[in-house]
Write a protein that binds this ligand. Sequence first.
Ligand SMILES: [Zn+2]
Length: 290
Amino acid sequence: MRYLLFALALWLPLSLHAADKLNVVTSFSILADLTREVGGDRIELTNLVGADADAHLYEPSPDDAKALLRADLIIANGLGFEPWLERVLASSEPKGKRINASAGVVPLMLDEDGERVPDPHAWQSLTNAEIYVRNIAKALSELDPANVDAYNQRRDAYLTRLHALLKKADAQIAGLPASQRKVVTSHDAFGYLGQAWQLSFIAPQGLSTHDEPSAAEVAALIRQIRSEGVRAVFVENIRDPRLIQQIADEAGAKVGGTLYSDALASEGPASTYLGMFEHNLETLMAALKP
Ligand SMILES: [Zn+2]
């Protein structure tokens, strides 16, 4: 009996606390990881587009719509990355607060089908990821002021790790000669990484993965790889590797491995944002180093 009362006393405050947790929905795996790092066990997190999945082509489910209606906070990337989310939000009008984690990032503007559009893949720069983390911490703190200290502490601990990785990336990439900074990937997902470290990324597909490249575009890319001496082409975790393999074979280049572009891995080192970034850095360096 005494044991039962003791167990009940432990259980009661815990269950009350669980009901008080903020319900947070993130649009894709990278935001889910950053939000978990800041929110810890003080939030209840639902993520929509999972690991290794392509957020450009996502079709939201009825369960996703229900999760959005329950949410206290909805965190999207923004910059046009999730048109499907904007459509669901416009039709269901959930009451929760909405933020774009990329708010405050200086967008890279590109020509896409004759239009100037922002490149949505801002998370591929660690400096931008710091902006994401600060935005997420600020939104959690505003909705849950009782836990501000905890959110700030977790934010700062995470940013310390992020800054250490930034230093490592700077040091490694600085050693690459200018002639070895050209990289081919499946779609234009690494513009911000290229901008931060003077790497030039070329892709047969544009900012989104909607349109398959034409035979003429693929042929032009193969000629470019040959004439510019591109050392390595990379497959992406969210894309079918066959086109890239074919391009590499025809251009006489090697496939340098898998880069994580728009989603984390479901397991292993690339299943967190910092792990993903480090994996990409090491994969790029292994292929590009003289
Ligand atoms: Zn993408």
